[in-house]
Design a protein around this ligand. Structure first.
Ligand code: ADP
Length: 167
Protein backbone atom coordinates (compact mmCIF):
# COMPACT_ATOMS: atom_id res chain seq x y z
CA UNK A 1 0.00 0.00 0.00
CA UNK A 2 1.21 3.47 -0.89
CA UNK A 3 0.48 6.18 1.70
CA UNK A 4 0.52 9.79 0.52
CA UNK A 5 -0.08 13.12 2.20
CA UNK A 6 -1.75 15.86 0.20
CA UNK A 7 -2.36 19.41 1.25
CA UNK A 8 -5.65 20.64 -0.12
CA UNK A 9 -9.36 20.16 -0.53
CA UNK A 10 -10.63 16.57 -0.57
CA UNK A 11 -13.49 17.48 -2.93
CA UNK A 12 -10.89 17.97 -5.68
CA UNK A 13 -9.33 14.52 -5.31
CA UNK A 14 -9.48 12.14 -8.24
CA UNK A 15 -9.71 8.92 -6.30
CA UNK A 16 -12.06 5.98 -6.55
CA UNK A 17 -13.49 7.00 -3.19
CA UNK A 18 -13.22 9.99 -0.89
CA UNK A 19 -14.19 9.66 2.76
CA UNK A 20 -16.58 12.09 4.43
CA UNK A 21 -16.31 12.92 8.13
CA UNK A 22 -20.10 12.85 8.37
CA UNK A 23 -22.38 13.08 11.35
CA UNK A 24 -24.71 10.33 12.35
CA UNK A 25 -27.78 11.93 10.74
CA UNK A 26 -26.15 11.58 7.28
CA UNK A 27 -28.04 14.75 6.39
CA UNK A 28 -25.03 17.03 6.03
CA UNK A 29 -23.20 19.37 8.34
CA UNK A 30 -20.30 21.79 8.41
CA UNK A 31 -16.62 21.30 7.68
CA UNK A 32 -15.65 18.67 5.15
CA UNK A 33 -19.22 17.30 5.13
CA UNK A 34 -20.59 20.68 4.04
CA UNK A 35 -17.94 21.02 1.33
CA UNK A 36 -18.66 17.54 -0.08
CA UNK A 37 -22.42 18.14 -0.31
CA UNK A 38 -21.98 21.66 -1.68
CA UNK A 39 -19.63 20.62 -4.47
CA UNK A 40 -21.05 17.16 -5.09
CA UNK A 41 -24.59 18.42 -5.54
CA UNK A 42 -27.98 17.16 -4.34
CA UNK A 43 -27.52 13.59 -5.60
CA UNK A 44 -25.36 12.75 -2.57
CA UNK A 45 -27.90 14.04 -0.06
CA UNK A 46 -30.64 12.19 -1.89
CA UNK A 47 -28.65 8.94 -1.60
CA UNK A 48 -28.01 9.64 2.10
CA UNK A 49 -31.72 10.20 2.71
CA UNK A 50 -32.52 6.86 1.08
CA UNK A 51 -29.91 5.09 3.21
CA UNK A 52 -31.36 6.66 6.31
CA UNK A 53 -34.84 5.54 5.40
CA UNK A 54 -33.79 2.00 4.50
CA UNK A 55 -31.07 1.18 7.04
CA UNK A 56 -30.18 3.95 9.44
CA UNK A 57 -33.38 5.33 10.90
CA UNK A 58 -31.54 5.94 14.17
CA UNK A 59 -28.53 7.33 12.35
CA UNK A 60 -25.23 5.79 11.24
CA UNK A 61 -23.44 4.60 14.41
CA UNK A 62 -20.07 6.13 15.30
CA UNK A 63 -17.18 4.16 13.79
CA UNK A 64 -19.22 2.70 10.93
CA UNK A 65 -19.11 3.61 7.23
CA UNK A 66 -21.40 3.54 4.23
CA UNK A 67 -20.99 4.54 0.56
CA UNK A 68 -23.00 6.70 -1.82
CA UNK A 69 -22.49 8.19 -5.25
CA UNK A 70 -20.05 11.09 -5.40
CA UNK A 71 -22.47 13.14 -7.51
CA UNK A 72 -20.56 15.78 -9.45
CA UNK A 73 -17.26 15.23 -7.63
CA UNK A 74 -14.31 13.76 -9.54
CA UNK A 75 -14.34 10.69 -7.28
CA UNK A 76 -16.61 7.71 -7.98
CA UNK A 77 -17.95 7.24 -4.47
CA UNK A 78 -18.21 9.04 -1.17
CA UNK A 79 -17.75 6.83 1.88
CA UNK A 80 -19.48 8.44 4.84
CA UNK A 81 -18.13 7.60 8.27
CA UNK A 82 -19.00 9.04 11.68
CA UNK A 83 -16.02 9.94 13.82
CA UNK A 84 -16.22 10.08 17.62
CA UNK A 85 -16.34 13.41 19.43
CA UNK A 86 -13.06 13.71 21.32
CA UNK A 87 -13.36 13.13 25.05
CA UNK A 88 -10.88 13.69 27.87
CA UNK A 89 -12.78 11.42 30.26
CA UNK A 90 -13.06 8.38 27.99
CA UNK A 91 -10.69 6.79 25.45
CA UNK A 92 -12.52 6.71 22.12
CA UNK A 93 -9.45 5.89 19.99
CA UNK A 94 -10.85 2.51 19.00
CA UNK A 95 -13.89 4.21 17.46
CA UNK A 96 -11.68 6.57 15.48
CA UNK A 97 -9.54 3.64 14.26
CA UNK A 98 -12.77 1.87 13.32
CA UNK A 99 -13.71 4.75 10.98
CA UNK A 100 -10.56 4.12 8.95
CA UNK A 101 -10.87 0.33 8.98
CA UNK A 102 -14.59 0.32 8.14
CA UNK A 103 -14.08 2.87 5.34
CA UNK A 104 -11.43 0.60 3.82
CA UNK A 105 -13.75 -2.39 4.19
CA UNK A 106 -16.47 -0.51 2.30
CA UNK A 107 -13.86 0.53 -0.30
CA UNK A 108 -12.95 -3.14 -0.76
CA UNK A 109 -16.60 -4.02 -1.30
CA UNK A 110 -16.67 -1.40 -4.10
CA UNK A 111 -13.36 -2.69 -5.48
CA UNK A 112 -11.91 0.77 -5.01
CA UNK A 113 -8.14 0.90 -5.40
CA UNK A 114 -7.61 4.50 -4.27
CA UNK A 115 -9.14 6.19 -1.23
CA UNK A 116 -8.67 9.72 0.10
CA UNK A 117 -9.28 10.43 3.80
CA UNK A 118 -9.70 13.72 5.62
CA UNK A 119 -8.42 14.02 9.20
CA UNK A 120 -11.58 12.52 10.73
CA UNK A 121 -12.79 14.06 14.02
CA UNK A 122 -10.14 16.81 14.06
CA UNK A 123 -12.51 19.68 13.26
CA UNK A 124 -15.79 20.24 15.05
CA UNK A 125 -15.29 16.94 16.94
CA UNK A 126 -12.16 18.32 18.59
CA UNK A 127 -9.62 15.48 18.30
CA UNK A 128 -6.00 16.69 18.74
CA UNK A 129 -4.31 16.53 15.32
CA UNK A 130 -1.18 14.65 16.41
CA UNK A 131 -3.10 11.90 18.18
CA UNK A 132 -5.56 11.67 15.26
CA UNK A 133 -2.62 11.22 12.85
CA UNK A 134 -1.14 8.47 15.01
CA UNK A 135 -4.45 6.58 15.15
CA UNK A 136 -5.10 7.06 11.42
CA UNK A 137 -1.69 5.72 10.32
CA UNK A 138 -1.84 2.79 12.71
CA UNK A 139 -5.35 1.82 11.58
CA UNK A 140 -4.57 2.08 7.88
CA UNK A 141 -1.23 0.29 8.09
CA UNK A 142 -2.66 -2.67 9.97
CA UNK A 143 -5.85 -2.95 7.91
CA UNK A 144 -6.35 -6.00 5.73
CA UNK A 145 -7.40 -4.35 2.51
CA UNK A 146 -6.93 -4.44 -1.24
CA UNK A 147 -6.79 -0.65 -1.43
CA UNK A 148 -3.40 0.20 -2.94
CA UNK A 149 -3.41 4.00 -2.80
CA UNK A 150 -4.35 5.74 0.47
CA UNK A 151 -4.16 9.52 0.63
CA UNK A 152 -4.61 11.77 3.59
CA UNK A 153 -5.87 15.14 2.45
CA UNK A 154 -5.06 17.86 4.96
CA UNK A 155 -6.90 21.10 4.59
CA UNK A 156 -4.34 23.43 6.10
CA UNK A 157 -0.59 23.67 6.41
CA UNK A 158 -0.55 23.07 10.16
CA UNK A 159 -2.46 19.80 9.82
CA UNK A 160 -0.20 18.73 6.95
CA UNK A 161 2.92 19.40 9.04
CA UNK A 162 1.60 17.36 11.96
CA UNK A 163 0.74 14.41 9.71
CA UNK A 164 4.09 14.63 7.96
CA UNK A 165 5.98 14.62 11.25
CA UNK A 166 4.02 11.52 12.34
CA UNK A 167 4.57 9.70 9.07
P1 ADP B 1 -15.34 16.32 12.38
O1 ADP B 1 -16.77 16.65 12.74
O2 ADP B 1 -15.14 14.84 12.15
O3 ADP B 1 -14.36 16.93 13.32
P2 ADP B 1 -14.81 18.39 10.37
O4 ADP B 1 -15.32 18.44 8.97
O5 ADP B 1 -15.22 19.47 11.31
O6 ADP B 1 -15.18 16.93 10.91
O7 ADP B 1 -13.23 18.38 10.32
C1 ADP B 1 -12.42 17.29 9.97
C2 ADP B 1 -11.16 17.80 9.30
O8 ADP B 1 -11.43 18.09 7.94
C3 ADP B 1 -10.60 19.10 9.92
O9 ADP B 1 -9.19 18.94 10.09
C4 ADP B 1 -10.92 20.14 8.87
O10 ADP B 1 -9.94 21.19 8.83
C5 ADP B 1 -10.83 19.32 7.60
N1 ADP B 1 -11.53 19.85 6.42
C6 ADP B 1 -12.52 20.77 6.34
N2 ADP B 1 -12.88 20.97 5.06
C7 ADP B 1 -12.09 20.15 4.30
C8 ADP B 1 -11.95 19.88 2.90
N3 ADP B 1 -12.71 20.52 2.00
N4 ADP B 1 -11.01 18.96 2.51
C9 ADP B 1 -10.27 18.31 3.40
N5 ADP B 1 -10.34 18.50 4.73
C10 ADP B 1 -11.24 19.42 5.18
Amino acid sequence: MKLTLVRGDITEQRADAIVNAANSSLLGGGGVDGAIHRKGGPEILEACRKLRASHYGKGLPTGQAVATTAGRLPARWVIHTVGPVHSTSEDRSELLASCYRESLRVADSLEAASVAFPAISTGIYGWPMDDAARIAFEAVRTAETNVRDVRFVLFDGAAYDVFEARL
